[in-house]
Design a binder for this molecule. Structure first.
Ligand SMILES: Cc1ncc(COP(=O)(O)O)c(C=O)c1O
Length: 390
């Protein structure tokens, strides 16, 4: 089915709604970057129609000409309500939030509050490549504390990294990715408590990027600032990944009680960046798009099982542990003998675009990231093409 004009019911898997021909009409990065013979399973965009309440809210705004500057706290209120219902997190205080243009700009602004030029920021490699790009661009030193082989935070490694980073002088921050991109790891409450204790012990400030949080199973997700001991933490949240709103820019920075005064010093000009229509879209998603989100999560779970089955049948040498969250699959291709950049081989030989693992830092060589947020037929076609290319 192709629902470009037809609204889809809230309980229908949105991943099955659009055909390849329709998707190829898209002009955003995912569908623009490669020629027509390539299946693009790379950048984190979803191949879905938007949730009907978002379409309605944006259409109404455009018809009304409500396209001025962003104002008000509806987005933060909608997030606080969503967090309370979905995760049982009742202490997200709207007065301790600020609208920022998007999550990465929010990360930059939060890190400017707690570190200065030349200071060190710890990340858990392999991790979302723009962490390296944005941190370098803002003159911070990236220090890696690699994940364990089980894709979880290695607390001993993190403690050692905090120790050496702080011993080198200056202020140190830790940019936590929760859930983790690319592995989809959902950190447990015990892990987050340990992170909070280590950061307090070493005087390291935590900035949590929680953009993928809506894509985690609601009963498994623990917001960082809901964990005791995180009062001086800062977090970034957004409806951008869960509801595919990267082109409608708006995100929220959230401070724990001990970081509220710092957040209040955020320069006013930062609040000029978000799009008002973006704010309307994100608010509608969080307030009225939960049924659609649940249907998406069911579709993603099915796509993860499908991918595991397809790999077992066609590419058994590729190691893949289905993740608990996100729509990203982290493929360990080292046993294929394709070198550090299997994504380059698959693009060239199979016409399948994946994200190159090397860009995710230490632990990324020989890996590729596959975007599962698409029609199951496209996932099937991609794996068949990859297997045939070997
Ligand atoms: C972990 C993580 N942070 C941030 C972003 C980008 O967010 P934004 O477009 O709001 O800057 C992404 C996009 O995929 C991401 O995976």
């Amino acid at each position: 089915m192709d629902s470009l004009s037809e609204p889809i019911a809230e309980n229908v898997d949105p991943l099955r709604a659009l055909t390849l021909d329709t998707l190829r009409r898209r002009t955003s990065m995912k569908w623009h970057a490669y020629p027509e013979d390539v299946l693009p399973l790379w950048v984190a965009e979803l191949d879905v129609p938007l949730a009907e309440p978002i379409i309605q809210a944006v259409t109404d705004a455009v018809r009304l000409g409500d396209t001025g500057y962003a104002a008000g706290c509806e987005y933060a209120t909608a997030l606080a309500d969503f967090a309370a219902k979905r995760w049982g997190w009742h202490s997200l205080a709207v007065e301790r939030t600020a609208i920022v243009p998007d999550v990465m700009q929010g990360v930059v602004e939060m890190l400017k509050l707690v570190t200065g030029p030349g200071d060190r920021v710890v990340v858990n490699s392999p991790v979302y490549p723009p962490f390296y790009m944005f941190l370098t661009h803002m003159d911070r030193q990236v220090v890696e504390a690699p994940l364990g082989a089980d894709h979880r935070i290695d607390l001993d490694v993190l403690a050692d990294t905090f120790r050496t980073a702080t011993a080198a002088g200056g202020r140190v921050a830790y940019l936590l990715c929760s859930p983790h991109n690319p592995t989809g790891t959902v950190h447990t409450e015990a892990e987050l408590s340990a992170v909070a204790a280590l950061s307090a012990e070493h005087g390291v400030r935590v900035v949590a990027d929680e953009i993928h949080a809506p894509l985690a199973p609601p009963d498994r997700y623990v917001p960082y600032l809901s964990v005791p001991g995180t009062a001086d933490g800062l977090s970034l949240m957004s409806a951008s990944k869960g509801w595919n709103l990267a082109g409608l820019k708006a995100a929220l920075a959230i401070a724990g009680p001990g970081a509220a005064e710092e957040l209040a010093t955020l320069p006013e000009e930062v609040s000029h960046g978000p799009s008002h229509v973006g704010v309307i879209a994100h608010t509608a998603a969080l307030r009225d798009g939960v049924g659609w989100l649940d249907a998406l999560l069911a579709g993603l779970a099915a796509n993860r099982r499908l991918l595991a089955d397809l790999l077992a049948e066609h590419l058994p040498a590729v190691r893949y542990t289905p993740a608990e969250s996100t729509y990203l699959a982290w493929l360990d291709c080292r046993d294929l003998g394709l070198g550090d950049r299997p994504a380059a081989y698959f693009l060239d030989q199979a016409k399948v675009a994946l994200t190159c693992g090397v860009d995710f830092g230490t632990g990324g060589a020989g890996h590729a990231r596959l975007n599962l947020g698409t029609h199951p037929d496209i996932v099937t076609d991609a794996i068949r093409r990859m297997a045939a290319a070997l």
